[in-house]
Design a protein around this ligand. Structure first.
Ligand code: G3P
Ligand code: CA
Length: 250
C-alpha cells in the first residue's frame, strides 16, 4: 500500500506547459488564457530574476527566441523587459503581448482559479538568490489563497534556498533523468513530488516513487498513447504542450 504524502499538492491529470503549450506564446498571459480555454486547471511557467530583482516569466537565458529583443535576460531591468513584445514571434494575432511578471500571472491565475507550478529557472550564477526571492514573492502573492503555488527546479541550490525562505510552500525536484539518490534528494528538500522527463521513466521507478509516498509528474507529454501508458503506471500528472491533443477532463 503506497504511503500518503501529508503535504500533497492537488495535481490535475494534465498541466499546461509554459501556460498554453505550443498553441500560444510561451510564458505569457495569452498562453494561460489558452489553458483556460481548453479547460485546464493548472499550468507550469518558468520564472527568473531581472537585473533589479523582479520575478518574471522567461524560459531561456536570453530574450532572443521569445521576444523582439536581444541579449541576456539578467542584464535587463523589469522596465526594459516590459517594453518587449513577447507575442509577435508566435504570429500576428499575439503581437504586443507583454512579457509578464510573476505578479501579473498570479493575478490572472487567482482570478481564474488556475493552479500554478512555478519552475524556478535561475540565470547563471543566481541560483540561491532566485530560489529565495521567487519563494518569498510567491508566498506574498498567494497569501491566503486556498492552494499555494508549487515550486520546482532542476537546481538543488535554488530549491534549498526556497525551502529555507518559505518552508510551507510545496516543492518538487525536477530532473531529466531520475538520479540513483532520488530518495535522499526528495527527503533533504522535503519535496512533495518528483518531476521528470517522461522519456527516462520506467514502470518500476514510477511504482517505487509512488510507493515511497511522493507525487509524480512527467514532462513534456504530447502523445495520447504515452499519456495513457504513464497514467497506467501510476503517474499523477502530465505536463503537455498539446492542449488540443490532450483535452483536460472535468
Ligand atoms: O517543468 C517541466 C519542464 O518545463 C522542464 O523543462 O525546459 O520546458 O523548462 P523546460
Ligand atoms: Ca519549465
Amino acid at each position: 500500500m503506497p504511503q500518503q504524502n501529508k503535504q500533497a499538492w492537488p495535481y490535475p491529470e494534465l498541466v499546461a506547459h509554459r501556460g498554453g503549450g505550443t498553441l500560444a506564446p510561451e510564458n505569457t498571459v495569452a498562453g494561460f488564457r489558452e489553458g483556460i480555454r481548453y479547460g485546464y486547471r493548472a499550468a507550469e511557467c518558468d520564472v527568473k530574476l531581472s537585473a533589479d530583482k523582479v520575478c518574471f516569466l522567461l524560459h531561456d537565458d536570453t530574450v532572443d527566441r521569445t521576444s523582439n529583443g536581444q541579449g541576456a535576460a539578467q542584464g535587463k531591468t523589469m522596465a526594459e523587459l516590459s517594453q518587449l513584445d513577447a507575442g509577435g514571434w508566435k504570429g500576428g494575432a499575439f503581437a504586443g503581448e507583454a512579457l509578464p511578471t510573476l505578479a501579473n500571472v498570479a493575478a490572472y491565475c487567482l482570478a481564474q482559479d488556475m493552479l500554478l507550478n512555478i519552475e524556478i529557472k535561475p540565470c547563471p550564477g543566481r541560483f540561491e538568490e532566485t530560489g529565495r526571492l521567487v519563494a518569498q514573492e510567491a508566498a506574498r502573492l498567494w497569501a491566503g489563497a486556498a492552494v499555494p503555488p508549487l515550486l520546482s527546479s532542476f537546481e538543488i541550490e535554488a530549491l534549498r534556498a526556497a525551502q529555507a525562505a518559505e518552508p510551507a510552500l510545496p516543492r518538487a525536484f525536477l530532473c531529466e533523468e531520475i538520479p540513483a539518490d532520488w530518495r535522499a534528494i526528495l527527503a533533504e528538500l522535503d519535496c512533495v513530488a518528483l518531476h521528470c522527463d517522461h522519456k527516462t521513466l520506467t514502470e518500476p521507478l514510477a511504482r517505487g516513487i509512488k510507493a515511497a509516498g511522493y507525487q509524480l509528474l512527467c514532462y513534456t507529454v504530447n502523445d495520447p498513447a504515452d499519456a495513457r501508458r504513464l497514467l497506467a503506471w501510476g503517474v499523477d500528472s502530465l505536463c503537455t504542450d498539446r492542449l488540443d491533443l490532450l483535452p483536460a477532463r472535468g
